[in-house]
Design a binder for this molecule. Structure first.
Ligand code: GDP
Ligand code: MG
Length: 163
C-alpha cells in the first residue's frame, strides 16, 4: 500500500491548488468560494522519489451545524484517520486565524503526524510568517506558494522524510 498524505486546513487556504500542483492534474476544483470540495479527492503525487497518495479534503471547520458541511467535516476526519501524514495548510496572507488553532487542537487530539505549511507566501518574508504560525505548536512552518509554484520540491522532501 502506498502511504497516504492528507491536505487539511480551513477553506480557501489553497489545498486544492496544491493538490493539482503536486499531482499535475486539474482534478480538484479551485474556487474563491469556500467549501466547494465536498468529497475526498485522491491522486498520486508526481514529485519526489517515493510514491504516495495525496488526498484533497473539504477542510475542517469548527463551526458547522449539520447537513452537507457536517458531512464534509466527517469525510475529512476519515481521511485524516487513513493518512500516514497530514499537511496542515494555512494562509500566509491572512495570517494566523482563530480557526487554525481549533484545527491544530483537533489534529493533536487525533495524534497524527503533522507538517505545517504556510501557503500564499510568494510575497512574504518567511521569518515573519514563520514566527506568526509558530504558535500553532508544530514547529517552524515551511513557506510555499502553490499558485506561484514555489517550495514544492522542498515540501515533498519534508513529506518523504516523515513517511
Ligand atoms: P481550498 O479551499 O483550500 O481548496 O483553496 P483553493 O485551492 O480552492 O484556493 C482558494 C483561492 O486561493 C483561489 O482563489 C486560489 O487561486 C488561491 N490560491 C491558492 N494558492 C495560492 C497561493 O499560493 N498564492 C495566492 N496568492 N493565492 C493562492
Ligand atoms: Mg478545495
Amino acid at each position: 500500500m502506498k502511504p497516504i498524505v492528507a491536505l487539511v486546513g480551513r477553506p480557501n487556504v489553497g489545498k486544492s491548488t496544491l493538490f493539482n500542483r503536486l499531482t499535475r492534474t486539474r482534478d480538484a476544483l479551485v474556487s474563491d468560494t469556500p467549501g466547494v470540495t465536498r468529497d475526498r479527492i485522491y491522486g498520486a503525487c508526481d514529485y519526489g522519489q517515493r510514491d504516495f497518495i495525496l488526498v484533497d479534503t473539504g477542510g475542517l471547520e469548527s463551526d458547522v451545524e449539520g447537513g452537507l458541511e457536517l458531512l464534509a467535516v466527517e469525510q475529512t476526519r476519515q481521511a485524516i484517520q487513513d493518512a500516514e501524514l497530514v499537511v496542515f495548510l494555512v494562509d500566509g496572507r491572512l495570517g494566523l486565524h482563530p480557526e487554525d488553532a481549533g484545527i491544530a487542537e483537533e489534529l493533536r487530539r487525533m495524534q497524527v503526524p503533522v507538517l505545517l505549511v504556510v501557503n500564499k507566501s510568494e510575497d512574504l518574508d518567511p521569518g515573519v510568517v514563520g514566527a506568526d504560525f509558530y504558535a500553532l505548536g508544530f514547529g517552524t512552518p515551511l513557506t510555499i506558494s502553490a499558485a506561484a509554484n514555489q517550495g514544492m520540491g522542498r515540501m515533498v522532501d519534508l513529506v518523504e522524510e516523515r513517511l
